[in-house]
Write a protein that binds this ligand. Sequence first.
Ligand code: NAX
Ligand code: ADP
Ligand code: K
Length: 521
Amino acid sequence: MKYLLDSVAMKKIDEYSIKTTGIPSVVLMERAALSVSSFVEKLAYNKKDSGKKDISICVVCTKGNNGADGLAAIRQLYLHGYKTLVYEAGRKEPGTDEYELQKNIIKNLEIPFECAVQDNILPLDEYDFIIDAMFGIGLSRDVTGVYAQIIDEINRVSAVKVAVDIPSGLSAGIVQVSNKKVKADYTVTFGFDKTGMVLYPGRKYAGKVIVSDIGFAVSQDNVQKILENNPARMIEKKDILMIPEREADGNKGTSGKVLIAAGSRSMGGAAFMSAQSAYRSGCGLVRVFTHENNKNALLTLVPESICDTYNDKNSNCDELTKWCTWADCIIAGPGLSVSGQSEEIVKCILQSGSDATLILDADALNIISENEEYYEYISRYKGKVIMTPHVGEMSRLTGKSVGQIKGNSVETALCYSKEHGVICVLKDAATVVCDHDNIYINTSGNCGMATGGSGDVLTGVIAGMMCAGFDDECFAAALAVYIHGCAGDMCRKNQGIFSMKAWDIAESLSTVFTQNNTDYN
Ligand SMILES: NC(=O)C1=CN([C@@H]2O[C@H](COP(=O)(O)OP(=O)(O)OC[C@H]3O[C@@H](n4cnc5c(N)ncnc54)[C@H](O)[C@@H]3O)[C@@H](O)[C@H]2O)[C@@H](O)CC1
Ligand SMILES: Nc1ncnc2c1ncn2[C@@H]1O[C@H](COP(=O)(O)OP(=O)(O)O)[C@@H](O)[C@H]1O
Ligand SMILES: [K+]
């Protein structure tokens, strides 16, 4: 697990390092600059056909500390023999102390220097590399005027763009303040991953992100002591190792009993997908409660599952109640459809008296968004409740537009989770998982997963992690989302981004679990 920080948190860490522990600001800056210049040099080294003198590098800066980092980096590259230019934008007033210090060194070394003039922007076509050091985490408002013109020029040319700390115009936090942003090929960021580069649209602008240790006096282990609020976190591959070991003397009843209430008269696929992925994620017994039309197909596709059915005339709620109390985890909703009968089924589960962890997905969510009283049933449900809306479902649940949700997915998920006392898994390209005091942003997966049934597979993986024996359900849900994304990444490799489908994702889960074992055990 790694922390994801915003500008407020980064400023605290900066301040703590400089003021409390006494690490001089210029020392941090020199290390920051060195990490940028050595990275650019590594890229330049791969252009073997050119000598250093033929490789041209331009740093674009304004007069804050991000610009100061850029000046120090270009000085290091100049001293290594590259052809360099400083392109400065900014008002007449002096820059920060650090900026003026670095600028003085640039002057003393007589490194070529140009000032930007509005409406007469220097063409940047001739540069092999552009180091973007206009705005770092100090960005506070929309980028306009000469700055916006320069960003357009940077984005227009074909140079390799390396952003210092964060692409200029991008905010480090959960909300973006500017429409104008540098589209970087690489970002060398300092100390910690930044929330704004993990969420979309930031992730598209940051390119490949390199996190560089520049010597802040705060590490991943003690970051929480410095900050007041719990920062967001991202799951990493090695976290898969935290899955508790299976009991050597366990049996199918002790490895997790899952009830899946899914599938309707004309929609069976979702139930099969959930069942298959629940078994692939370690569950001991999977019982599917579905429409009788789906029984034969289910037992053919997932013969390990147990099947109970309802039909058009009889919702079979007495049986369903019994199986709810049997289960350790219940999935409700995939392919259930929205009808009076499916409403009855969801209500029956919520009022079953079971204390199993309950995952509400798809049509269960659509039913809830149409019937306010279901929140009352949720609040009285004995077990933990996990709700897994995609952005469209979240829009129906909250009345917010898709645009509003996408523009502030963390806040939306967090508010929803706090208001209803549930773990919220807000599914999107960067899925957010949260409860009242934990936030996870997912980094695995790819757009090949934007295909029917991927979400049904996720419910099965979440059920698997709920049965795996974690104490912290929110972490377990975030881990499931991460594993699901890794399975998607495996499919991208094997089936390709266009051809992969949800069943492939379920089938790739075993490789994610076993590959991890060989990697780390
Ligand atoms: N010890 C230090 O001082 C260190 C500083 N670091 C660097 O410092 C950066 C943060 O520096 P600053 O806080 O000086 O801020 P930035 O350099 O990120 O921003 C520059 C200035 O632009 C102004 N500004 C913000 N939005 C604007 C807009 N839309 N249009 C025009 N002007 C705008 C702000 O008032 C700010 O003073 C980090 O991203 C990092 O690169 C790192 O080197 C770590 C060490
Ligand atoms: N571009 C993407 N990048 C990463 N993951 C994605 C992307 N698009 C979709 N996904 C993932 O695929 C799943 C889709 O779920 P959902 O929308 O419920 O699909 P369905 O209802 O068809 O099963 C979610 O887990 C989501 O996070
Ligand atoms: K920058």
